[in-house]
Design a protein around this ligand. Sequence first.
Ligand SMILES: *Cc1c(COP(=O)(O)O)cnc(C)c1O
Length: 488
Amino acid sequence: MQYVSTRATPASQPQQFSSILLGGLAPDGGLYLPAAYPQVTGAELDAWRKLPYADLAYEILRKFATDIPDADLKALTAKTYTPAAYRNVREGESAADITPLRVLEQDGDKTLILQALSNGPTLAFKDMAMQLLGNLFEYTLAKEDAELNIFGATSGDTGSAAEYAMRGKKGIRVFMLSPHQKMSAFQSAQMFSLQDPNIFNIAVEGVFDDCQDMVKAVSNDLRFKAMQKIGTVNSINWARVVAQVVYYFRGYLAATTDNGQKVSFTVPSGNFGNICAGHIARMMGLPIDKLVAATNENDVLDEFFRTGVYRVRKSAETYHTSSPSMDISKASNFERFVFDLVGRDPARVGVLFHKVETEGGFDLSGKPGSDGDEWTQVARYGFLSGRSTHKDRVATIRDVQDDYGITIDTHTADGVKVAREHMAPGVPMIVLETALAAKFNETILEALGMDAERPAGFEDIESLPQKFVVMKADVAAMKAYIAANTGL
Ligand SMILES: *Cc1c(COP(=O)(O)O)cnc(C)c1O
């Protein structure tokens, strides 16, 4: 399997899975995608219906990671998707399912299902991909006797998922910037209580944007980046996207009994990574009817799917909401879908995303003066969307508690709210649960007047000893800190 860039030029080289694993953007500025999506047959789906999650992950990943020997890939998925790692299940759910499904409502031929993706070590769905990434990185680095220093910025979920995936891994260090005293007490405790010598938490005196600017400044120094072997694990990483394809298959197979049945998914969306994996599953032939993007007040994606206008937001227009992991101003994985939407024409993708940089967006509505009319084809790909606000979130958390007796987190609440607007007879709707409520307790308290339940082992996380340094937003000091700790 070869990978091509969404902005490929005649000079761009197709790549193998292992060679894009540790990288980010393609040299031409695009994102990698398979040259053609592997197809899944009905016979394969039948055979996969009863597979444990790890084996299903192996079957799907081997179609994409064709340059990793099968036996090695099987060992990596078996090591990653274990009931011990995904143990934070609700009562009545089995950790062996890894992503257990729960039917919330069955009303005539309308079925609403929750698929729990957040039972891993950091209680958010980012563990599903990041845990695999940790093992893949360690495997690849060991083969080449190489080292990698992961450098990133987080406002919460990504940083902790990366640290729990990379802790103790040979050849890997993590330097993670977060805005000093701006994360929830639970989120900082999750990260800062890690005592592993290869994890470096840096609390920056500033806001998240200052952290991100520092990452950009350091990454733009190509000499430093090469010398310090710096890499990233941000959401455009292809291996993260592909690991997420697996749970769409799992959700489909667990919710149906034969392949004549279709299902829809509603996905709480920010950077379009999660739902992009759903798009890929659908392109592989998984019988998905609709893919519904749910946004919060930061509704860049909802606006595109409703109108054909993609308009990124400025920092000042990006709201801080109670579903903070969806507070994005531009959706970094969206370009992958646009590549397919415009008929896989890299020159056209280059023009459109250049326009995003220079003019803040593009318009594919087909209206006079627009940049094209491809948005009129969006329905062919099954996409729908909706938007949810703080008020909706609070009301939905209350409803779900009253009606089904479980507490959902704020991001999942955005999903449930939007899913209810797109239910269709005879097509089960699966909402992806992207975090557990304990992570966003402030809003749970507001909605329910009581604290969210904490999984075993998280009871006293805030009182554990913490290891982190506080630094000013000073690029030179940051570089010195990294160099001192890598010894390179
Ligand atoms: C990251 C995250 C999202 C958004 O996922 P994308 O892949 O960026 O669309 C939604 N909910 C939670 C809890 C997250 O951590």
